[in-house]
Design a protein around this ligand. Sequence first.
Ligand code: ADP
Length: 173
Amino acid sequence: MPATIEAVEGDITRQDLDAIVNAANSSLLGGGGVDGAIHAAAGPSLLAECRELRATRLPDGLPTGEAVATGAGNLAARWVIHTVGPDARRGQTDPSLLASCFSSSLDVATQVGARTVAFPAISAGVYGWDVHDVARVAVQTVREYVNGTDQIDLVRFVLFGARAHEAFAEQLS
Ligand code: ADP
């Protein structure tokens, strides 16, 4: 069966899917926005796992466009997949960097066996991308990805606010 791709308005921390994706920063040590909300809802084990990653596999942090999985602490999801979006305020406006966040996250989902994945609007907050640009890149990248695999059943974009939801719904229609 082909994978479902959908967009809902809501809080990604409440999603009961196999994995939720975090728009992290490269330190992995917490931030504001969706990152802060995910850490607050998951509890301290999430930060502990991120610190462990920094002490082992990722001493210099997670590069922009890449992704890594941890457990999900108290969240309903089984995994949090952390990815670092491009920061438009620092001139990172190349769509391929943003596309890489979505495809790398789905690669990691496949590696851990997560078949249902929730994404936020990566880079559309503090990192300053226009949400319409994010929606276009996100939907195109995820569509191409799921067409080439049978390992993903559902991708749900979970958007904060009507404007972001409309931007994604438009791309999916
Ligand atoms: P970035 O630094 O990648 O821009 P932000 O967390 O600042 O990340 O914002 C990314 C998007 O996530 C924004 O559209 C923001 O409104 C949204 N967001 C913030 N909190 C949540 C949440 N709990 N669930 C879903 N989306 C959220």
